[in-house]
Design a protein around this ligand. Structure first.
Ligand code: SF4
Length: 459
């Protein structure tokens, strides 16, 4: 019997949360509920939270404040909070906002539908587990936002202890799914029309260490997933530079479906800061590994994460970061201003916090360096034919279609007739900007195989 209620999910933070939201949606749909984008129509609102950055907390409590006022007018509205912040602040969320009906953590996402139902009859519930029962990482029904693309969780948790990061505290120790389980999920998604998969983990390069020490399982996994019929693109995130092995690079180079894109978080170019961050590599070792990857995969696009203003970062440390960023010549970089997360080692170094005006100035200088290399790399694509997967009309201009290359670059191009999202097409690149390419459509190479469920906008 269809349930008839409608749910709205708002997701904060990383791809792991995006994927968890797809699974929550899948569980609710399995109960007969339907998704909505409108708060006015929603009977249930889920906030899937993040606690990596302070902004995410602020945004979350801002949303919760708004929902509280909506619930004052519509008492039947159910408010659900999941994700990392729920894991960390399990008790204080309902203390701050008693209108919240359900709180669940990162280890019991699979309980989302059961807890919602239980709360309708028993009242508010806080259920946060300290570790998983093996089911969280398994294949739950997922309602994919992009029907041709699937997130596949290969591992949850993290065994590292980066000084700025709260993930190990909220996601627990590394737990890997078995290769058979993962490949079976990929094969089922491919039958469903999925042609692009992204393997997800906090530290994918250490995937499988909890299963066996005998082989670098991540390399084997890339080859196995790349061999699944119907899968044209394999991506993964995030790898840790200290665990990037030659076998992984070889598997990337030798498996045609694995995209020529490596996201390799640098965080800092200063060895002193890297040591204080507990990252386990030096700038030189990082650049050596990058050079090896580029030598094996000549057309490799490289992106990164960099934190500006880590406690104690001096002008000299920051100059090292600029130098490494220039040498690495990134295609793009996610640059972050350090924000202290309670419960992390870095948050306690209050006396070493870098003044905001100094950080802002450094952030701007880094942006210029990254944009310079991004533009140069994008200009080198002009005149080439790129295969893109069509994402849909651009958000800014519906006459323009947006596609994404294997290197994960956005390409804007015009078409005479709309092309179905998920279709593969060849585009001649004619222009370059720091954050995208422009081009002309040459030919459609493979039609989308999924049944269209959503109108997709991109750009
Ligand atoms: S590797 Fe470091 S930054 Fe990444 S999740 Fe683990 S502790 Fe956090």
């Amino acid at each position: 019997m269809p349930d008839g209620r409608r749910f709205l999910i708002r997701t904060f933070g990383c791809q792991m949360n995006e994927h968890d939201s797809e699974r929550i949606a899948g569980l609710y749909e399995a109960e007969g509920m339907t998704a909505t984008d409108s708060l006015d129509d929603a009977d249930i609102v889920v906030l899937n939270t993040c606690c990596i950055r302070e902004n995410a907390d602020n945004k979350f409590y801002g949303h919760l404040g708004h929902l509280k006022s909506v619930k004052a007018k519509r008492p039947d509205l159910q408010i659900v909070v999941g994700g990392c912040l729920a894991q960390k602040d399990r008790d204080s969320i309902r203390e701050r906002v008693p209108e919240v009906d359900v709180v669940f953590g990162t280890h019991n996402v699979h309980r989302a539908a059961a807890l919602l139902e239980q709360s309708r009859f028993d009242g508010p519930i806080v259920e946060v587990w300290d570790e998983g029962d093996g089911e969280t990482a398994s294949s739950l029904p997922a309602r994919r936002e992009l029907p041709w693309a699937a997130w596949i969780t290969i591992q949850v948790g993290c065994d590292n202890s980066c000084a700025f990061c709260i993930v190990p505290a909220v996601r627990g120790r590394e737990v890997s799914r078995t290769p058979d389980d993962i490949v079976a999920e990929v094969a089922a998604a491919a039958v469903d029309g999925v042609s692009e998969v992204t393997l997800l983990g906090q530290n994918v390069n250490s995937y499988g260490r909890d299963l066996t020490r005998r082989r670098p399982l991540f390399a084997d996994l890339l080859r196995a997933v790349g061999a699944v019929e119907g899968v044209r693109r394999v991506r993964y995130t995030s790898p840790h530079p200290k665990d990037l092995r030659p076998e992984t690079i070889a598997a990337m180079a030798e498996t045609p479906a694995v995209c020529d894109h490596l996201h390799l978080p640098l965080q800092s170019g200063s060895d002193r800061v890297l040591a204080a961050m507990h990252r386990g590599y030096t700038a030189e070792r990082y650049l050596d590994r990058l050079a090896a990857a580029r030598a094996a995969i000549p057309d490799l696009a490289v992106t990164t994460d960099i934190i500006v203003g880590f406690p104690g970062e001096t002008d000299d440390d920051f100059e090292r970061t600029l130098e490494v960023a220039a040498t690495a010549a990134y295609d793009s970089a996610y640059t972050f201003i350090f924000s202290p997360r309670p419960g992390t080692a870095a948050a306690e170094r209050v006396d070493d916090f870098v003044p905001a005006d100094v950080v802002a100035e450094r952030f701007e200088r880094l942006r210029v360096v990254v944009e310079r290399s991004a533009l140069a790399r994008h200009r080198s694509r002009v005149g080439r034919v790129e295969e893109v997967v069509v994402e849909g009309p651009s958000r800014r201009d519906a006459a323009v279609t947006t596609g994404r290359t294997g290197q994960n670059k956005l390409v804007h191009f015009t078409t005479e007739a709309p092309i179905r999202p998920g279709t593969y097409a060849e585009v001649l690149v004619t222009g370059a900007a720091p954050h995208h390419l422009t081009g002309d459509l040459l030919a459609v190479t493979a039609a989308a195989r999924h049944r269209t469920r959503l109108a997709i906008t991109a750009g």
